[in-house]
Design a protein around this ligand. Structure first.
Ligand code: UDP
Length: 242
């Protein structure tokens, strides 16, 4: 697969074109950003770990019937993916209250709600990715109501599957963010990444944070936490494939 110039370079990933117009190469960088790019750092080896973690998660989801853009791992930091048009929505799923929701509604972090909570945010850097609702998304012309229902159904299925994938290795899936993209033939599939950058992951026994909150909140041992997540998932994957 030949690389053919950069399609898009974001803060943490770079998307390159290939000689096949249906495929792109996604490079996971070591850069970390938080609070809408106000806080920035380079975390050595984070890209390598997120590439590996995302690959395990995407393969697991694909095997469970969740279509996604991942095709293959090409190297330490690179994965071959289907080219999609990203829908500018961050779909957030919450099993436990944390982060912005705890703050916004004055709920103690760690509270377990009786229901699963879905938020959508409009991906627009200049606006600071505002929280919106279904009607706003339709009014913005991003999705139709039918497409949104499909997206929520996929998010619910992904949540169920990821909760058990992580529970199997002693990790609680507190919340996560996913993005979806349109394929050339108009289907909406899971895309972007699933990693400790985009999920809150707490050790089930100690409640220790194993995710990007270690960077956001200056808790230290950021890369060690990502290594721990990768080590546990890789071990479980080896068991599954035996
Ligand atoms: N999240 C993300 N990218 C974003 C915003 C949120 O991956 O731009 C993830 C975040 O890591 C967490 C979940 O979505 O797992 C919920 O984040 P929240 O809304 O609490 O915002 P935050 O506290 O990260 O500002």
């Amino acid at each position: 697969m030949e690389q053919r110039g950069i399609l898009y370079e974001g803060n943490v990933k770079r998307i390159s074109l290939t000689d096949d117009e249906e495929r792109v190469i996604i490079r996971y960088k070591d850069d970390a950003t938080a609070f809408n790019n106000v806080k920035k750092a380079v975390i050595a080896n984070k890209g390598v770990l997120n590439n590996k973690i995302s690959a395990i998660v995407f393969e697991y989801l694909r095997d469970a019937g969740v279509e996604n853009h991942y095709i293959a791992t090409l190297g330490d930091r690179d994965q071959l993916c289907r080219r999609v048009e990203i829908i500018p929505l961050e779909v957030i799923v919450r099993n436990v209250i944390a982060g912005s929701m705890a703050k916004r509604l004055g709920i103690e972090e760690g509270t377990v709600p009786p229901n699963v909570i879905y938020d959508i945010c409009y991906k627009a850097d200049e606006l600071g990715d505002p929280l919106i609702n279904d009607h706003h998304a339709v009014a913005l012309g991003i999705v139709t109501y039918d497409e949104l229902h499909g997206i929520y159904d996929m998010a619910a299925k992904i949540n169920g599957l990821l909760k058990s994938l992580f529970a199997e290795v002693g990790i609680m899936l507190v919340d996560f963010k996913v993005e979806f993209g349109r394929t050339k033939d108009g289907r909406i599939i899971l895309a972007d990444e699933v990693s400790p950058d985009t999920c809150r992951l707490w050790d089930m026994e100690t409640n220790e944070k194993l995710d990007k909150d270690r960077f956001r909140r200056d808790l230290g041992h950021v890369i060690e936490a990502y290594e721990e997540v990768y080590g546990r998932l890789a071990g479980a994957e080896r068991e599954r494939n035996r």
